[in-house]
Design a binder for this molecule. Sequence first.
Ligand code: ASC
Length: 156
Amino acid sequence: MNKLLKISIVASLVLGFSSTVTAGKEPSLAEKAVKYRQAGFEVMAWNFGAMGAMVKGEMPFDAKVFADKADKVSFSSKLVMEGFEVKGSEKGYHTEAKPAVWKEWDKFKEGMDKLQEQTTKLAEIAKTATTVEEVKAQFAETGKACKSCHEDYKQD
Ligand code: ASC
């Protein structure tokens, strides 16, 4: 191996190591909590968005795909609350949650419970539905549950 190559390998190892030490700090629990709840909402938005396309007729209705997505939305709606319960996650880390979440905790929790109720119902209906007509009303109800909390608790 030539000398220059050796030097550059050693240099990159040293630099790599020092940057791990300085920049590779383990994120705080609060930061992880923000990321966790945002990930849950991303899962919901991804799946709910595709369901919306089917409901609006922008995408052909596929009962199996719709039911699978309804399940994923229902599951992830049950994860996110935990991410709000961690102290220090009220601000920073690019959170879009308004301080009202913690100021009106009981009301916020009611909204989250309502969301879980609605997504569970949607998944139940979707399980046996064969036409888009059967899921339309409950899809709309679920969307309302998303939206009512966004207005009060999410910075858009
Ligand atoms: C979505 C999405 C939301 C909700 C909301 C429903 O697909 O990303 O935040 O639906 O718009 O009203």
